[in-house]
Design a protein around this ligand. Sequence first.
Ligand SMILES: Cc1ncc(COP(=O)(O)O)c(C=O)c1O
Length: 378
Amino acid sequence: MTDVVPWLETEQTPFLLIDQQRFLTNVERLQQRISALGCQLRPHLKTLRAVDAARYILPDLSSPATVSTLAEAEAFADAGYTDLLYAVGISANKLDRVRALLERGVQLHILLDSLTQAEAVISYGRQHDVVFSIFIEIDCDDHRGGLPPTSPLIGHIAQRLHRNGMTITGVMSHSGGSYSAKTTAEIVQAAEQECVAIRQAVAQIRQFGIACPILSVGSTPTAHFAEDLSQITEVRAGVYTTFDLVMYNLGVCALNDIAMSVVTTVIGHNAEKNWVLVDAGWMALSRDRGTASQHEDFGYGLVCDEGGVPLQHVCVTKVNQEHGVIALPDGRTVQEFPIGTQLRVLPNHACATAAMHQHYVVLTATGEREVWPRILGW
Ligand SMILES: Cc1ncc(COP(=O)(O)O)c(C=O)c1O
């Protein structure tokens, strides 16, 4: 067992703990890697969704950032950030809020992948005299949204927007498929595939004399394994700041790089079944089972001792709303976990676990306590 920080023992559980030293190391690691490849990082701020975290990730307020909700865009704009990509396909009912941010002087880029969205944007722009800055979404791996990189629709949509006064700022893809990689070679390949897709896509636009300056790719796995980012202007990643068990299973990080855990207390035993009950159920851990399809299944999270040292094969195996059940592996007994013991649980998927909390308790690099509020809502 490692040294326990005294103030942590008195904190009311469950709560989400950020290890700031690990967080800072993770932030620095990717920043350096992407700079060394001659590219810029546009971090996705949706994992922690906290202005206090963003201040470390992007100390320069004019740096590009990615957001997943307009609530984030508004909060980061309030904090002084000026270049934000709202990386979820736009719907017409959100354009009033986008316009309000543009009128405040924020460069908020929106994303689309259909002519229907383009027409809605053009019509709104005409009605309200707004020029929107647009990214076209490209599908690099058949994972989610986006147009195939060789689709003639890319050029068609770009021309239609351009002729109607809109700005085609970039093309964007997200290699969500890299999460299913079985080997690091597959992640390298996924990274290459998204770069190829985005280069092909931009050519479809530039053949019509439209500049389209930004080529945006990224996910945490591909950002850590991309080898050739030529022509690519920016890389996005979000979960890299804290990592999680899915990233560990993919070989993107080590267990002791994971900067997020849920701190919980042992509240009971079922000695017959060799179960330990804790006060962190799905309300604290989330229901994410991202490691279920990977080579090591960590249930609802890997359990660590109160100092944060992982306990091999000890996982939260079942969750109710407020209760977590740790069915102990052979060789372990409930007596090793007296009632009142504090434990930490590493998350499967950091974004999902963080979303269950309204604020995070931060163990700073100097052992102090900080609290980072989370931006809530959409
Ligand atoms: C559009 C987009 N870009 C970047 C990311 C960041 O990827 P990761 O979660 O792997 O860090 C995401 C995550 O879902 C995303 O949706």
